[in-house]
Design a protein around this ligand. Sequence first.
Ligand code: CA
Length: 260
Amino acid sequence: MSRVLVVEDEAHLAQGLRFNLQAEGHAVEVAGDGETALDRLIEKRERFDAVVLDVMLPGKSGFEVAALLREKKNYVPILMLTARGRPEDVLEGFAAGADDYLPKPFELAILIARLESLLRRSVWMQDSDPASAGDGTGTSNDNGQTRLAPSGERETGGDTFSFCGKSIDFRELELRSLGNTIHLTVMEAEFLRYLVRSEGRVVSRKAILEDVWGLHEDTDTRAIDNFVVRLRRYIEEDPSRPKHLQTVRGVGYRFVAEPE
Ligand code: CA
């Protein structure tokens, strides 16, 4: 059973979400404003598996709440509820550290599907199963795909990928670089995994949105760019002159593990 925190001031909507998510088997708590949510998540250190966070809240906005959580090193998966027709909300939400978003008004079935997807990824990413890590059978790690390291010497075992002195640990959601450990959100890790799998190939923004976020609707593909900016800060020596996460103008992005 997952614990979900719904942060929404409109009582009927919050209760509707609570009722329906409980019917899906989740334990649901409701916070009517951002301050309450921050108090529970940061001050009281309550553990939740996901947060459904409305943007429009009294007091602190959903953007501020997400940004504060990430600033305080809380990486709980966040599904942000934005206002329809405001693509800038989506961009701002991703920039603030949201993992996924849904425009309001939404269909309940879609919200549940998005939330389940975030929870599944979270579990899958963090599923520490040391028994299977060293079984030596070369098991595939998801969807029947082969291990992600494109060549033997870069594979360091378990669910990690190492390149140029950096190491991404997909299970711990960590990126280690020169003695620094950066914590990744679920979707940052998922995006990195996708890029690593596509190493050397150009991937379009549209393909990224579809394959990583499962977004098939006509989303503003610039949403991806916010994630790219963050990932570059993590993996590039000079984020303004990226060598690993390259922009391919007019097309998309290309990840190169070991540039010349
Ligand atoms: Ca609201």
